[in-house]
Design a protein around this ligand. Structure first.
Ligand code: PRX
Length: 661
C-alpha cells in the first residue's frame, strides 16, 4: 500500500493499516447502522436460520406460502439443497407487477447508449410490464413452454432485461451468453443447455465498435439444429443474413401480440436460469439457480449491502451476461422496485470521463463496478474525474476480483471524496448473491478486505486437509452451511456439482478461493487456488484456453497460467510447444493469439505467449504448473522444489526466454 497515514477524521491508523469508519451522515440513515446491530442480526441468522429466513422471505410476494424454510444437506453422498419448499411465486411478477399499484409511472431504468449523442430511454414500471408481457406472448406464440430453455445473446439494451423477465414470466429457463463470446462458445452453451429458442440482435455497440452478434449466431446455429426460432432485435440496422422461416424481427413480432400475459405459477425450487461459468477442468458448467431462494437472497442483499432506500438512483455497471448483471441489475434491484441505470457502453468511451458523466446525468447515488475499471480509470489521471461533480454519489461498490489498496484509496478519495463508503463484495456465480461484504452504515472498512460475512453466511478457512482454522488464519475458503441463493446443481451434470464443490472438503462448500482472516475476523480474499484465472473480473478456465490452442495445427502442447497484471488483475500467459515442421515466429505468435480469440471470444486474449521446446513435467508426465506460474510472475529465483522434474534443463530454458520482465 502506498499511503499509510490517516487521511481524515473517519480514518484511523490501527497499527495494522488504515481503517475507515462509516461517515456519520451515511450511518444516520442506514438500515444497519452499528456493529452491535450487525452482530445481533448475524448471530440470529446463524443460530436460527429458519426463523431468520422465514421472516426475510416475506419481502417477496408469494402466490402460496412455503411450508418448509430450509431443507439442505452438504453430505456428498446425500446432497440436497432446497429452500422455501411448497412456496409458489413468479420472479417477473415480483420484479414488475407488484410494483404497479405504487410505482407504475416511476422509472424502472434509464437506458444510456454507448454513444453519448444518441438519445437514451427512460422505461417506467408500466412500460416494463407491457414490454415483458408482449415478449412473453411472442415466446408462447412460438411454442416456448414452462421448463423450456431460451438462450439470450444480447448486448446491454433494454430488450436484454425484457428477455430475461419474459422467460421468467412464462417459466422458461433463460441462459444468457455474454455478447463477447465467440460463435463456438455460444454453440457449446446452446447445445449443453438444449435450448430451442434464441434471442439476439443484429449487432451490438461497444466503445463505438460494432459486434456482429447475428453473424456469430448464424455461425453457431450451424451446429444447433434444434433451435427453430431466432428473434432478432434491431439495434444498429446493419446488414445481416436472414434465414426465412427461422429468423423473426423482434419489433414486428411484438406488434402481433397482447400486452397482457398472466405470470406462470412457479415452485420455489423451479429453475429460474442457468449461467455458464468456468472451472478448473472441462467445459464451462451450467450453474442452475432456482426461483424462491435466489430471489429472496438477491433482493435482501441488494437492499442491505447497497443500503438501498426508496428514491435512490442505483447503477450497477456490470454486463447482464455475468451473474452480477443477473443478481444486481435484474432480479435484486427490480424486486426492490428501484430506479436504475442500464449502460450499453464502456467506462472510458468516448473519453475516460464517461462513467462520471453518466453519474452526473442521472444523479446516481450508488455505483457498483469492478476493480479493473477503477484501475483503468485511475491510470488516466484525476482530471477526468475532477471535472465532473459526482455530488450525488453516496455509496461505491466493487466486485469480481481482489481490489488492491491503491485502487481502493483512489476510488475512496478521488471518486467519492471521502464521503462514500466502499463495499468490496465477495461472491461467485455459484453463490447467487453477495456473501462477504461490509454493511456500509456499520462496518469499519479496510482497503482490500471484503470484511465480514452477510447474514446467514458461515465462512471458514481450512487447511489442505480440511481442518477448520480458528482465529487469524491463512488457507482455503469454504462455506459451512447453505444459504438461499446457493446454486442447486450443474445443468444435466449433478455429479459434477457434487464433485466440484463438496468432495474436496466433505460436508463443506469449497469456493475455489484462498483467503486470510485477520485479528479482527476480517476476510481478505487472495484469489483462486485452482486453475481458474480472473482477467478483468472475467473468470476464465485455463483448460479451455489450452484446448483452444491445441486445436491449431501448429501446436503440440500448451499450458496456460495467470500472472499479475497491473490493470486487469491477472493476465493470460501461454507456454506453447510446436509440432515438428513448425518454427516459432512473431507471426505464428500473433496467429495463435487470434486463433484463440476466434475460438473462444475476444475476452480470451493471450497477453504473453512463449514458445518453448518442452514443458516442465514430473516423471509421471504431469505438467508442473506451479513452476510455470512462478516463471510467468517473473519470480524465477524462487521456483521451490524442482527435484521431481523429469528434465530440469527445461526450466532453465523457460526462465531464460521468459516474457514478463
Ligand atoms: O476469485 C473470486 C473472485 O471472482 C470469483 C467468482 O467469479 P464469478 O463467478 O465470475 O463471479 C464474479 C462476480 C460475483 C471468486 O471465486 N471475486 C469475486 N469478488 C471478489 C473476488 N475476489 C476478491 N474480492 C472480491 N470482492
Amino acid at each position: 500500500m502506498g499511503v499509510q497515514e490517516p487521511v481524515n477524521a473517519t480514518a484511523a491508523y490501527s497499527g495494522r493499516g488504515l481503517v475507515f469508519e462509516p461517515p456519520e451522515a451515511f450511518r444516520k440513515r442506514a438500515f444497519i447502522s452499528s456493529m452491535e446491530q450487525y452482530r445481533e442480526l448475524y448471530e440470529r441468522s446463524i443460530k436460527d436460520p429458519e426463523g431468520f429466513w422465514r421472516e426475510q422471505a416475506q419481502r417477496i410476494t408469494w402466490f402460496e406460502p412455503f411450508h418448509t424454510v430450509k431443507n439442505t444437506s452438504f453430505d456428498p453422498s446425500n446432497l440436497y439443497i432446497r429452500w422455501f419448499e411448497g412456496g409458489k411465486l413468479n420472479a417477473a411478477y415480483n420484479c414488475i407487477d407488484r410494483h404497479l399499484e405504487k410505482r407504475a409511472d416511476q422509472v424502472a431504468f434509464y437506458w444510456e447508449p454507448d454513444n453519448p449523442d444518441e438519445e437514451g430511454k427512460a422505461i417506467t414500471y408500466r412500460q416494463l410490464y407491457e414490454e415483458v408481457c408482449r415478449l412473453a406472448n411472442v415466446l408462447k406464440k412460438h411454442g416456448v413452454k414452462k421448463g423450456d430453455r431460451v438462450t439470450i445473446y444480447l448486448p446491454m439494451i433494454p430488450e436484454a432485461i425484457y428477455a430475461m423477465l419474459a422467460c421468467a414470466r412464462i417459466g422458461a429457463i433463460h441462459s444468457v451468453v455474454f455478447a463477447g463470446f465467440s460463435p463456438d462458445s455460444l454453440a457449446d452453451r446452446i447445445l449443453d443447455g438444449e435450448a430451442t429458442y434464441l434471442i439476439t440482435a443484429d449487432e451490438g455497440l461497444r466503445a463505438g465498435r460494432r459486434v456482429p452478434l447475428k453473424r456469430n449466431a448464424d455461425q453457431a446455429l450451424e451446429r444447433c439444429p434444434d433451435v427453430k426460432t431466432v428473434l432478432v432485435v434491431r439495434r444498429t440496422g446493419g446488414d445481416i443474413n436472414w434465414v426465412e422461416g427461422r429468423d423473426r424481427w423482434y419489433h414486428e413480432e411484438i406488434q402481433t401480440v397482447s400486452a397482457e400475459c398472466p405470470p406462470e405459477v412457479m415452485d420455489a425450487e423451479d429453475p429460474l436460469f442457468f449461467l455458464y461459468t468456468s472451472g478448473s477442468t472441462g467445459k464451462p458448467k451450467g450453474v442452475v439457480h432456482t426461483t424462491g431462494g435466489y430471489l429472496v437472497y438477491a433482493s435482501l442483499t441488494h437492499q442491505f449491502v447497497f443500503d438501498y432506500h426508496e428514491g435512490d438512483i442505483y447503477w450497477c455497471a456490470a454486463d447482464i451476461g455475468w451473474i452480477t448483471g443477473h443478481s444486481y441489475i435484474v432480479y435484486g434491484p427490480l424486486a426492490n422496485g428501484v430506479t436504475e441505470v442500464l449502460f450499453e457502453g464502456t467506462p472510458t468511451y468516448p473519453d475516460p470521463s464517461r462513467i462520471w458523466q453518466v453519474v452526473d446525468k442521472y444523479q446516481v447515488n450508488i455505483l457498483y463496478t469492478s476493480p479493473t475499471a477503477i484501475r483503468a480509470l485511475m491510470r488516466e489521471g484525476d482530471e477526468w474525474v475532477k471535472k465532473t461533480s459526482r455530488k450525488s454519489l453516496r455509496l461505491l461498490g466493487t466486485v469480481g476480483e481482489p481490489i488492491n489498496p491503491e485502487a481502493w484509496l483512489w476510488y475512496y478519495r478521488v471518486v467519492g471524496e471521502e464521503r462514500c463508503p466502499i463495499v468490496d463484495t465477495w461472491w461467485q456465480t455459484e453463490t447467487g448473491g453477495i456473501m462477504i461484504t461490509p454493511l456500509p452504515g456499520a462496518t469499519p472498512l479496510k482497503p482490500g478486505s471484503a470484511t465480514l460475512p452477510f447474514f446467514g453466511v458461515q465462512p471458514a478457512i481450512v487447511d489442505n486437509d480440511g481442518n477448520i482454522l480458528e482465529g487469524t488464519a491463512d488457507g482455503m475458503l469454504v462455506i459451512l452451511d447453505s444459504w438461499p441463493g446457493q446454486m442447486r446443481t450443474v445443468y444435466r451434470a449433478h455429479d459434477r456439482f457434487v464433485q466440484t464443490y463438496f468432495t474436496r472438503f466433505p460436508g463443506k462448500y469449497f469456493t475455489g478461493d484462498g483467503a486470510r482472516r485477520d485479528e479482527d475476523g476480517y476476510y481478505w480474499i487472495v484469489g483462486r487456488v485452482d486453475d481458474v484465472i480472473n482477467v478483468s473480473g472475467h473468470r476464465l478456465g485455463t483448460a479451455e484456453i489450452e484446448s483452444a490452442l491445441v486445436l491449431h495445427e501448429a501446436v503440440a502442447e500448451a499450458a496456460v497460467v495467470g500472472y499479475p497484471h497491473e490493470i486487469k488483475g491477472q493476465g493470460i500467459y501461454a507456454f506453447v510447444t510446436l509440432k515438428a515442421g513448425y518454427a516459432a515466429s512473431d507471426q505464428l505468435r500473433q496467429e495463435l493469439i487470434q486463433h484463440v480469440r476466434k475460438v473462444l471470444g475476444p475476452i480470451f486474449t493471450i497477453d504473453l505467449l512463449q514458445f518453448t521446446p518442452a514443458l516442465p513435467k514430473t516423471r509421471s508426465g504431469k505438467i508442473m504448473r506451479r513452476i510455470l506460474r512462478k516463471i510467468a510472475a517473473n519470480e524465477y529465483q524462487d521456483l521451490g522444489d524442482t527435484s521431481t522434474l523429469a528434465d530440469p534443463s527445461v526450466v532453465e530454458e523457460l526462465v531464460q526466454n521468459r516474457l514478463n520482465r
